[in-house]
Design a protein around this ligand. Structure first.
Ligand SMILES: Cc1ncc(COP(=O)(O)O)c(C=O)c1O
Length: 451
């Protein structure tokens, strides 16, 4: 039995399902989790001394790779002076100033300890500010596990959402409406129906939690207009997208300015963090100035904030974004050219340094219903193939993978090669000669290691 398997057995006795977050359980890829004991750069190492090139990056935060020396220095230096005070500290001021400089449409930040907490507070703030109750969200967008966001669309068009978890009461979900992503018509109808009772509309401005689904041209502008006309707050949940595509909020790359933004992941450089951000006018509704309550023992924790500052400063100074995008494009184009050539039902969606490999012939995918058509069994087989060849991808069809600033071109080529090997082996029809012809057709390097 491997060391990972032994640990998993022990974990299952004392931790529900053996994991501290469900997607780590590998259920959807029909495997057992590996236990990681260290990471360095683009690589992680498990307790059985296996090395993996990591494309999960702790689900997004590790844009600089594992154990970045500047982030580690900041953390260790700060930790020597104490881990937490529960009293104001200078680093949290520096962090908020840095964020305000890098996200110009925002004036104030409140730091919290997770993305879930940030979104939960953003909704409370929007409801307090507007004095309204309804929240509109989109099917397939994930905003953390606070009660009112653990919902799916109800059975009828424009009905209130239904809970996607036991323990969430009907009362809570009755104040949330969940609609298909990219569907202007249904949204328009919801605004007609719930109009001046809608406090906020929350969206992942590029959806990552159903796999990568981009907003269609004009969709974000459309929701901005609806919210403005209706006096509802537009919330961009940038827990993933913030600082992922450039050194700032994704909103700055669009011509849409949200009223409230939530951040997490990258801004903590791998430490637990979240942030709510908005204009002074809205933010001053938070306690202690206003009557929307929010608090946190470890909010603005000095060690976390030190990691965040080091990460943001490095992103600003080094601008790794064009290179990361180039690598993601290389990966996606290689696979997509091959899939098109071989007429395979697979397609790699990418944007910036994020990508998802969808096992379907439909593209582009515009909403959760589209994504649900994917062949998840095939994804699971692909996943296990990648893992056994030392590539750690995010263990679900409905997630993003990330390229970091420290991935190399040869690692990307190796990963694309491994995907194509899987597609060959599961396609199984081509002769070696045919393989050779098709693989040199894509990018001119040897894609397939013919066995
Ligand atoms: C868009 C989005 N919002 C919120 C969250 C919740 O963040 P956390 O896991 O830090 O609570 C996540 C987590 O993946 C997310 O992707």
């Amino acid at each position: 039995m491997s060391n990972s398997a032994k640990l998993f057995k022990r974990a299952c006795r004392v931790i529900p399902g053996g994991v501290n977050s469900p997607v780590r359980a590998f259920n959807s890829v029909d495997a057992e989790p590996v236990f990681i004991e260290r990471g360095n750069g683009s690589k992680i190492y498990d307790v059985d001394a296996n090395e993996y090139i990591d494309f999960c990056g702790s689900w997004g935060p590790l844009i600089l790779g594992h154990a970045d020396p500047d982030v580690l220095n900041a953390v260790t230096e700060t930790a020597h002076d104490g881990l937490s005070f529960g009293i104001c500290n200078p680093l949290e001021v520096e962090m908020a100033e840095l964020l305000a400089e890098m996200v110009p449409h925002v004036e104030m930040f409140r730091l919290v300890s997770s993305g879930t907490e940030a979104v939960m507070t953003a909704l409370r703030l929007a409801r307090g500010y507007t004095e309204r109750k309804y929240i509109i969200k989109f099917d397939g967008c994930y905003h953390g596990h606070s009660d009112c966001l653990l919902v799916n669309a109800g059975s009828g068009l424009l009905t209130q959402a239904v809970s996607s978890s036991k323990g969430v009461t009907d009362k809570v979900t009755s104040e949330v409406i969940s609609l298909p992503y990219n569907d202007c018509e249904q949204l328009k109808q919801a605004f007609v129906k719930y109009g001046d009772e809608i406090a906020a509309l929350i969206i992942e401005p590029v959806a990552g939690n159903m796999g990568l689904v981009k907003p269609e041209p004009g969709f974000l502008e459309f929701i901005r207009q609806l919210c403005s006309n209706n006096g509802s707050c537009l919330i961009f949940d940038e827990v993933i997208t913030g600082f992922r595509f450039h050194p700032g909020a994704y909103a700055s790359l669009t011509n849409v300015t949200p009223d409230i933004t939530t951040f997490g992941k990258i801004i903590g450089g791998g430490m637990p963090i979240g942030a709510i951000a908005s204009t002074r006018e809205i933010m001053e509704h938070l306690a202690p100035l206003g009557d929307v309550y929010q608090a946190g023992t470890l909010s603005g924790n000095p060690v976390t904030v030190a990691a965040g500052i080091a990460t943001l400063k490095k992103l600003k100074a080094t601008n790794p974004y064009p290179r990361m995008t180039k690598l993601a494009d290389l990966f996606a184009t290689t696979i997509n050219n091959f899939a098109a050539e071989q007429k395979l039902a697979v397609h790699c969606a990418s944007y910036g340094s994020a990508f998802t490999l969808f096992f379907t012939d439909k593209q582009p995918l515009t909403n959760l219903d589209d994504v649900k058509q994917c062949d998840t069994k095939r994804f699971a087989a692909y996943y296990r193939h990648m893992l056994s060849n030392s590539f750690y991808m995010s263990p679900s069809q409905f997630e993003l993978n990330f390229i970091s600033a420290v991935h190399t071109e040869s690692e990307i080529k190796a990963a694309a090669t491994c995907v194509i090997e899987f597609l060959y082996s599961s396609n199984g029809k081509l002769t070696d000669k045919e393989k050779k012809r098709s693989y040199t057709g894509c990018h001119g390097w040897e894609i397939l290691r013919v066995k």
